[in-house]
Write a protein that binds this ligand. Structure first.
Ligand code: GLA
Length: 382
């Protein structure tokens, strides 16, 4: 099978009647080891990049319009520079046109996109698309863009055009993540540290439930709104508090509404779990890391209420397999993937057992990816 980048270059030539792309960029998807629903609360997170990415190939357009084509969707969209294409919020072209709108290239572009990140599985294919398109536009504009600024532009595209009020974790890790490292991310200071992972004897395994929830985006925005409401209630008595990151235990107890108490408890505990997970990774202490993952799942299931039946099933099944240190749902929730930490020698059998049990109960197969080292975003002239 052709490497995705090669496949893209060859397809671009066919699409542009023999012309080569001028440049190719790429940005990876991500997993999040722990630190879920903390980024938009100025909290901590610990994501790492996948070995799968979105690739973008570009040349000048010969039609005077921006010509956009997705190989994954086998679909082309054109739009006038400065105008907006007629596509829905969640359409792939929204992310590309949004980046073009925010970072207009000097001339109209012919841009082809191809990726090998499973789509809609909570592995941040949209953030990867934004960062890959952004890197290509950065080259065309010939002006360096600070990686944090690039991540912020991607987040703006999500808020303004895709109408998802996401945090900034996905864009940052896709843009600055390093192979073989997790990214300890402080979303208050907007600073990060690359944490090396030395895990020959343990592996991260992603299990895709293949549940795609239509409601996921609106539920995600609902959780954000609840966190905002929590902050407002706390600020009545403690106006000096500007984000949920500054909360202490007594303030959690002081909240009258039990739902808000639950949400806040999750955010508070999850930040602490990120700190602990960072030390566990540094010490290659997989037993502790596994327990942290499982505790995070419990908190997301009961306090934050963003899991679903299928994800709970995947996690419970995984945890009952020999060699599995811990497991949890990952990402925004209501579907998508679980992340599992498993002893390398047991990985194969654990994957088979979980997948068989899942198929027996839900009548379709869960998809399994064993993580390798992850990859880094880049762009190059050809
Ligand atoms: C989605 C969002 C992120 C983050 C996670 C939950 O992936 O894009 O910003 O909030 O959900 O941790």
């Amino acid at each position: 099978m052709l490497h995705p980048k090669q496949h893209l270059i060859e397809s671009f030539r066919r699409w542009c009647r023999g012309r080569d792309p001028l440049l190719v960029s790429c940005a990876p998807g991500r997993v999040n080891l722990v630190g879920e629903h903390t980024d938009y609360n100025d909290g901590l997170a610990l994501p790492m990049t996948l070995d799968r990415a979105v690739y973008v190939a570009v040349n000048d357009s010969l039609t005077g319009l921006h010509e956009l084509r997705s190989l994954n969707y086998q679909e082309s969209i054109s739009c006038k520079p400065g105008a907006w294409p007629e596509v829905s919020h969640a359409h792939w072209a929204t992310y590309v046109a949004g980046m073009i709108q925010e970072l207009p290239p000097p001339k109209p572009v012919a841009m082809m996109i191809y990726g090998d990140i499973p789509l809609g599985a909570g592995l941040s294919s949209s953030a990867a698309l934004e960062m890959a398109a952004g890197l290509a536009l950065e080259k065309l504009r010939n002006t360096p863009i600070d990686p944090l600024q690039m991540a912020r532009i991607g987040q703006t595209v999500e808020h303004k055009y895709a109408k998802v009020k996401c945090g900034i974790m996905d864009q940052i890790v896709s843009r600055v993540g390093r192979a073989g490292h997790a990214l300890f991310l402080d979303c208050q200071k907007l600073e990060w540290k690359h944490v090396p992972i030395r895990n020959q004897d343990a592996q991260f395994m992603v299990i895709d439930s293949r549940v795609k929830r239509q409601l996921a985006h609106s539920k995600y925005n609902e959780r954000r709104a609840e966190c905002h409401r929590t902050l407002q209630s706390i600020r009545v008595a403690s106006p000096q508090i500007n984000s949920l990151r500054q909360i202490q235990l007594p303030q959690i107890r002081s909240l009258k509404e039990s739902v808000l108490r639950q949400r806040l408890q999750h955010v508070f505990d999850e930040n602490e779990r990120v700190r602990q997970a960072c030390s566990a990774i540094t010490d290659s202490d997989w037993n502790s890391l596994g327990m942290i993952l499982s505790a995070s799942h419990e908190s997301l299931r009961t306090d934050y209420e963003v899991s679903c039946e299928e994800l709970d099933f995947l996690v419970t099944q995984a945890e009952s397999c020999p060699g599995v240190f811990g497991a949890r749902m990952m990402g925004g929730g209501f579907g998508g993937c679980s992340i599992n930490l498993v002893r390398t020698e047991n990985a194969h059998l654990a994957a088979e057992a979980v997948s068989a049990a899942y198929e027996e109960k839900y009548r379709y197969r869960a998809r399994i990816h064993v993580l390798d080292k992850g990859m880094e975003a880049h762009a190059e002239w050809l």
